[in-house]
Design a protein around this ligand. Structure first.
Ligand code: SF4
Length: 262
């Protein structure tokens, strides 16, 4: 696989070089400052690559995602997550209620700037009533930590709140039955960025039939939030070679959170 030392956005952070004469005219102090700055950049880059290695990511070229139109203003926040959960009750609005053990409503910071939305609860999530607590959840935790956040700082939910039998994909009518509650959660949290985890989440949120390979790494809009699809952690466990692209998506999300990308 190709490798590349600097990321695509290095030009924005490395000091500019003047034309020959101008560079030579720099003072010794200025040269020292420049060297310190470059050394600091190299140090940060080494730390960055170290985090990739610990996650199993390979060192590859960063890919800039195409931009979408600016997201429209978010709806006014007028209810709390607790109120939405109370309204959901012991929901029987779709057939997924028949085999579930526990409703997996969502977890995390009610004022999170970043919200992850997965497909639906698995066996362990159904048992514990929490999203992303199995092996895929552990990888998601590492992915979150790789952009210098914690699980407690983000909010995590799924497009359906009850486990589909035998881990099948949720049916469209099941997603639509659950969607109003997810939308209300998004409106309550009002994150800056939503990360749609996996094909089922992305295609249901965006109402598209495009594959995740084409959707990932692009910026969409959903309920006034920027939405970036990436691979589902369970898919990454089966296809570790795709972690590089996930890492590219997470760097894009980090830039969106920092306001460095729009
Ligand atoms: Fe209700 Fe959603 Fe569970 Fe269906 S998946 S029963 S709509 S909570």
């Amino acid at each position: 696989m190709p490798s590349k030392e600097p990321d695509a956005d290095d030009s924005a952070v490395l000091p500019e070089r003047g034309a020959g004469g101008a560079s030579r005219a720099k003072s010794e102090a200025s040269t020292k400052d420049d060297r310190s700055f470059v050394f600091e950049q190299i140090r940060e880059r080494l730390l960055f690559y170290g985090s990739l290695t610990s996650l199993g990511f390979s060192r590859e070229t960063e890919v800039e995602a195409p931009k979408q139109k600016p997201a429209p203003a978010a709806p006014a926040r007028n209810e709390t997550l607790e109120e939405i959960r109370a309204d959901l009750g012991e929901c029987t609005r779709c057939r997924l209620s028949e085999k579930r053990t526990t409703i997996v409503f969502g977890v995390g910071n009610p004022k999170a700037e970043l919200m992850f939305i997965g497909e639906g609860p698995g066996h362990e999530e159904d048992r514990q009533g929490l999203p992303f607590v199995g092996a895929a959840g552990q990888l998601l935790t590492k992915i979150i930590q790789a952009i210098d956040l914690t699980r407690e700082q983000v909010y995590i939910a799924n497009v359906v709140k009850c486990r589909p039998p035998n881990n099948r994909e949720p049916e469209p009518d099941e997603v639509e039955a659950c969607r109003p509650f997810l939308d209300r959660q998004i409106d309550a949290v009002r994150p800056k960025v939503i990360c749609a985890l996996g094909r089922v989440s992305a295609l249901n949120l965006l109402r598209t039939d495009e594959g995740i390979t084409r959707l990932r790494g692009r910026i969409f809009s959903y309920r006034g939030c920027k939405l970036v699809p990436t691979y589902h952690p369970a898919f990454l466990l089966r296809n570790p070679g795709k972690k590089r692209e996930c890492w590219d998506d997470m760097k894009l999300i980090r830039r969106l959170l920092q306001g460095a990308e729009s």
